[in-house]
Structures are given as C-alpha cells and as structure tokens.
Design a protein around this ligand. Structure first.
Ligand code: CA
Length: 514
C-alpha cells in the first residue's frame, strides 16, 4: 500500500479554521466533481484526435482512443496555450497568474535556491522565482499565492493529487501538494521527471544509486512490472473511492509523469509502433502516449461505472508543447509537432499550443470545437466559477478569465484578449527556433515573437499561417510597433525579469525600445 498522507499539514489546517469553511458543507451539493487530467510535455499532435481541421500524419501515428471518446462527448479547444516549459504553466494553472506576473519563468530545480538557467556568454542569468510557488509568505525566491486546491478544499471538495507535482523546490512548502491544499498526495514531489517508469526499477528507488528523481510512494508496485502510468492510474481510482462513497464532491489532479523523458517503452504497446517503422525512441515515445491514453480510458470507465460521470467536469491538457530536441527524441530535430513550428522551450506554436479537451455534461456540447484562444491562466477562474465559489478572494491578481460562458455557449468569445509569453532564460546550450531568451504576444489573429538576445521581431497571422512561416513584420511595421508597445508595457508593469548584457551590465532592450 503506498503511503497516502491523509492529514493536512498544520498550516493548511490553521488556514482552514480561519476561513469559516465548514458552513458551506451543510448546503446541498450542486457543485460538479472536477478532474484535471494533466499530461507532461505532450504535444498538440501527439494524439489521434485532430486539433487541426485536417488530419495529419502524426494523428495517424498515435493511438489515443480515449481522447477520441472524450472529444466526441465534450469540447475540443483548438487554440489553447501554455508556457513553453513545465513549472511556469503549473503555477499559472493553480493561481490564475500569467508568467509575466508570477516570475516563475523556468522549470524549478528539485533543490532549493538553484537556478536552472544555462550559462550564456552574452547574457547574464535573470533573477526569478526559482523556488516556485509558495502557499505561505516570506519564502525567498517564491511567488506567494492562494492555490486552487486549497480554495476547492475550503469549499468542501475532497482534493487528491496523483503523479507529478513540480510546483516548488525541496525544502520549501510548495514542494508538497499537501501544503497547497491537497488532502491526498500520491507520488507528487519537487521533481520534474521520474528516474524510471519501470516497476522493475522500483521507479528509480534502486540502491545504492538513489536519485532525487526516484518516484515516491509507489512501493506496492516495486518489482511488479507495472508501468508507472498504470500504477498511478490504479492509485488515483482507489483514492476516488472515499469521496464517491461519501457523496462528497472531489477534485482529482491526475498529473502523469508521462510523456516526459526518460523515453522508456511501455511494452504493452511497443510492437504496433515498431511495425509502423518508427525508430526505437519514437516507438517508445508513442507507447508513453498510448499508456497515458489507456489511463484516461480507465478513468472514464470508472466515472461511468460509479455513476458520477454526469456530474464530473473533466479537463484534459498538457503543461507545454512536445519535446522536439533530437536526441533525446528520435527522428529529425524540431519536426515532432508539425505543422507547428519547434517544440518545448520555444515560444513558437510547437512549444505553447496545448491539446485541450473539456467535458462537462449538461454544459458542454458533445463533439464540438472552440477555436477561441484560451490560456492555462484561465483554468483557475474557470474552476472557481464551475464550483460556484464566489468568495475566493485569492491573494493574487488573476490574469485568466472564466471559460464557463464560452463552454456553455452563452458567449462566442471572451472579448479582445492579449496573451503574453516570457521566457528570458537559456534553456538549451545552443539557441534553437524560438528557444532561449524570447518573449511573445498574441492579440486576435496576430502574434509577435521577440528575441531578447538580438531584438529581432517577427509577426505572424495565426489564422492564415499556423506554421509561422510567413513573417509579416516588414509589411506591417505599424502593427509591430503597436504590439511591441503592449508587450514592453506589460513586462515593465509586471516587473518581469529581463536579461542583462554581460559586457555592460545593461538590461537588454524592451520590445518597445528598438
Ligand atoms: Ca512539462
């Protein structure tokens, strides 16, 4: 039996007592159950569900029947966005803050006070909230905010986290999902990937070569041959039994370590992809995808069989675009999200466009698609709205908007919105397409991409050119100026970290300064 820590930390309990939350529990339960099904590093094309109008070769490569089932019974969000890497998106997801505001601009190290930015000859590393999210004040290098699970729990939800957490560094409160408002935490810690997906490897808990990336809590499956994705799914379903039996609304955050590296084959599915002629790495990657999809199918079956599916809101998403560095991927670099350009770490669409599916019976219209641009920042206000929590009063200013009017068909769009991306760090040794020191903005159909290193600006029309192949900056200088002003103003107003030039110590130009 894995260690399921069913008690709040003292801190959260104290916050709960101060909130007067108990009064909400006596009301009849009208709130939907909520499931966030989060996949790590899954690309927009890593599925058999077409998120473009036409099917692509990658849609034919991957096999995700449960995603097809969810899409057929829910809504496909075809222009949904995240940050280019993990922790920035995860922090936005449970705080509603955009990365330009929360300043967790890169993935957090499992070790406290460690900047994960790579050194660069031209630019200094920026100072950012490198310890991640904190539910308490005064922790250096963190953003202090009120997390979504804590608010849901205060409102009477039974809150469960399963899988990858990666909200904060070890030795800070945010490293534990329990401190963020989850009552149950299974295998969530400060790390961003598993040491191993294999039960035979005890998921990395192998003496004497212990690694901080060894997955916690799953001792029951050690040596069992159970792939990590499968083991986490079984534990998630087991954890749901208590709230379902008690008729308590639940919030399940099922956050798979898949499909992040290490790319290891789930042997149940391997032969199909080898038979397609994929190289061994890409075949293994496809098995990570199919294993994730099997988990989704098991969850959908479970909700149906336990007769709670009609009152359960499910949101399926990834935390950033698909990895397109090769190696560690097989095949050619930067081809893994085609027709989208580049991949994880990039502000081009391959790094930030997210395969989002939402099903809320009685609210969403089955088998439909919504092309209105939305952002991972929107999840926090959306779920508070869905749970009918009107007195949340979070500490932080929320950048996202509730998607409920859109999902319910009450509105066709959410007005003219501007989305910002800010990745002022060096992620990989050599700059790749849109990777290292970039910011971007989308307003309406227009997207501005800015290199903070060179000052170069590109302009794309997302309606006509999803591939970002036709740079229109020379043809539309006034529009470039207008969007650059918006982006520059935002970065200054938010005090977003900006790189400095090593030689002079000066801050690089803001987008509206050149
Ligand atoms: Ca990720």
């Amino acid at each position: 039996m894995p260690t399921i820590r069913g008690l709040f930390p003292l801190l959260a309990a104290a916050m709960l007592l101060c909130s007067g939350a108990a009064s909400t529990q006596s009301k009849p339960v009208l709130r939907p159950n909520i499931v966030i099904f989060l996949v790590d590093d899954m690309g927009w094309q890593d599925c058999s569900v077409p998120f473009l109008k036409e099917r692509t070769p990658l849609n034919d490569r991957y096999r995700t029947p449960a995603m097809e089932r969810l899409a057929a019974s829910g809504v496909k969000m075809t222009s949904a966005y995240t940050s280019p890497v993990c922790t920035p998106s995860r922090v936005s997801m449970i705080t509603g803050m955009n990365v330009t505001r929360h300043h967790v601009v890169n993935w957090t190290s499992p070790f406290r006070d460690r900047n994960t930015d790579n050194p660069d000859r031209q630019l200094q590393p920026v100072t950012w909230n490198q310890n991640g999210l904190s539910p308490v004040a005064g922790v250096p290098g963190t953003i202090h905010a009120t997390p979504l699970p804590w608010l849901l729990n205060r409102a009477g939800y039974y809150t469960i986290h399963v899988g990858k957490a990666h909200w904060g560094s070890s030795g800070t409160p945010g490293s534990s999902p329990l401190a963020l408002g989850f009552q149950v935490n299974i295998a969530g810690q400060s790390t961003g990937h598993p040491q191993s997906y294999l039960g035979e490897d005890n998921y990395g808990n192998v003496q004497p070569k212990w690694s901080i990336n060894a997955v916690s809590d799953m001792q029951e499956y050690h040596g069992s041959g159970t792939f990590l994705t499968e083991a986490l799914t079984r534990e998630a379903l087991r954890a749901l039994d208590a709230p379902i039996r008690n008729g308590q609304p639940f919030f399940l955050h099922l956050s798979h370590y898949a499909v992040h590296t290490p790319i290891m084959a789930d042997r149940r599915y391997l032969q199909r992809y080898l038979d397609q002629g994929l190289d061994s790495t890409e075949a293994a990657y496809a098995t990570l995808v199919e294993g994730m999809d099997k988990s989704l199918g098991d969850l959908l079956d479970f909700l149906r069989d336990r007769k709670v599916e009609d009152n359960t809101l499910i949101i399926f998403l990834s935390d950033n675009g698909g990895l397109s560095l090769a190696p560690p991927r097989g095949g050619k670099p930067f081809t893994h999200n085609l027709p989208l350009r580049a991949g994880k770490g990039s502000v081009y669409e391959g790094g930030i466009r997210d395969p989002v599916l939402i099903r809320w019976p009685g609210v969403t219209k089955p088998g439909t698609a919504i092309d209105v641009p939305v952002h991972v920042d929107d999840l926090f206000p959306t779920l508070l709205d869905a749970a009918r929590i009107t007195d949340a009063r979070p500490l932080q200013t929320v950048d996202g908007q509730s998607l409920v009017p859109l999902l319910a068909g009450r509105r066709r769009d959410l007005g003219e919105r501007t989305f910002y991306w800010h990745y002022p760090v060096k992620w990989i040794d050599n700059d790749g397409p849109g990777i290292n020191f970039h910011s971007a903005l989308r307003r309406g159909d227009w997207k501005l991409v800015v290199s903070l290193r060179t000052g170069k600006k590109e302009l794309y029309n997302m309606r006509d050119d999803i591939r970002e192949e036709k740079d229109l900056s020379a043809a539309r200088p006034e529009l470039v100026r207008e969007l650059s002003t918006l982006l520059g103003r935002r970065l200054r107003e938010m005090g977003s970290p900006m790189p400095r030039i090593r030689e002079t110590g000066a801050v690089v130009s803001y987008p509206d300064e050149n």
